[in-house]
Design a protein around this ligand. Structure first.
Ligand SMILES: C[S@@+](CC[C@H](N)C(=O)[O-])C[C@H]1O[C@@H](n2cnc3c(N)ncnc32)[C@H](O)[C@@H]1O
Length: 265
């Protein structure tokens, strides 16, 4: 791994340095942590290019990583610190481009992460599975010759197509989560649905758990925080994400705001 870092210039720029940190964490995630192979630098470079090949994907994922680091540090929380496994829930995940990166982020210190990702729409969940499989393929291709057996528990994301609150009815799904992530809520379109989703999320957090939400718009974020407070959430930190990528609709940008919320005691 060290060889790869040197040849790619770890300190060249913050973004490229961060890309390597994230890339290493992804590699460890897909290798099941215990068997991270020492890959040839040329191969690492080719994998990074492949990972970054679709428009904005690599950049958005690096910025998501920075956003998570910032919000988690400022929240002063370390969810799951006394456990050897993290339960992570991505609610209303859509096509979930962040699936692999979320698992890699929460598993960056070597912890196993079991992620569940749910969305109402079958088509989005299908796309999410394909997106994850594509990322996995890039890493597996390189890792497999060096690793006899990949740990399934460390690498998997379980994608479910259903109403978020029906999760309660799935016996094999944990009753509580260390981290719940809701990216780009849609409060404006259907407040009552999002009230149910937020209520469900708060009720499913462990004592030291955090709910992380992001929003596309300023006002929508403010309304989401008000609603969460009304439901008993404690807003630990909320910030404007300055790495947010502007979209063509006025005032809308990717992960424009982010907040970490805990359950009130
Ligand atoms: C604005 S999209 C965000 C999707 C994704 N998180 C993202 O960042 O691209 C909101 C998502 O909420 C999902 N959704 C709406 N109501 C839901 C429910 N009751 N249960 C699960 N997902 C729901 C929609 O299908 C949609 O994919």
């Amino acid at each position: 791994m060290q060889k790869g870092k040197e040849s790619l210039g770890l300190t060249e720029s913050l973004d490229s340095g961060l890309g390597l940190v994230m890339f290493d964490a992804l590699l460890a995630h897909f290798a099941g942590h215990e068997h991270v192979p020492d890959l040839d630098p040329t191969l690492i470079k080719a994998m990074r290019l492949e990972f970054e090949s679709s428009e904005f994907f690599g950049q958005d994922m690096r910025h998501l990583w920075i956003m998570l680091e910032s919000i988690v540090t400022k929240s002063m929380r370390d969810p799951g610190r006394n456990e050897d496994r993290m339960n992570l829930l991505n609610l209303a995940c859509g096509y979930c481009e962040e699936g692999a990166v979320l698992s890699a982020f929460w598993g960056r210190s070597g912890k196993k992460v079991h992620q569940f990702a749910i969305d109402l729409r079958d088509a989005e969940v299908d796309k999410a599975k394909r997106r994850y499989a594509l990322t996995e393929k890039i890493f597996r291709k390189a890792i497999l010759p060096n690793v006899r057996e990949l740990s399934t528990s460390a690498q998997s994301v379980e994608f479910i197509a259903d109403d978020a609150i029906h999760l309660a009815g799935y016996g094999q799904i944990p009753s509580q989560f260390n981290v719940i992530f809701i990216r780009h809520q849609n409060l404006w379109h259907d407040r009552s649905t999002w009230q149910r989703i937020y209520d469900f999320a708060l009720s499913r957090l462990t004592d030291d758990g955090i709910l992380i939400i992001t929003s596309y718009f300023d006002r929508e974020h403010y309304l989401a925080l008000e609603l969460l407070k009304m439901l008993g959430g404690n807003v630990l930190v909320s910030e404007r994400n300055h790495l947010s990528r502007e979209l063509s609709y006025p005032g809308k940008s990717i992960d424009r705001h982010v907040a970490a919320i805990s359950r009130s005691k």
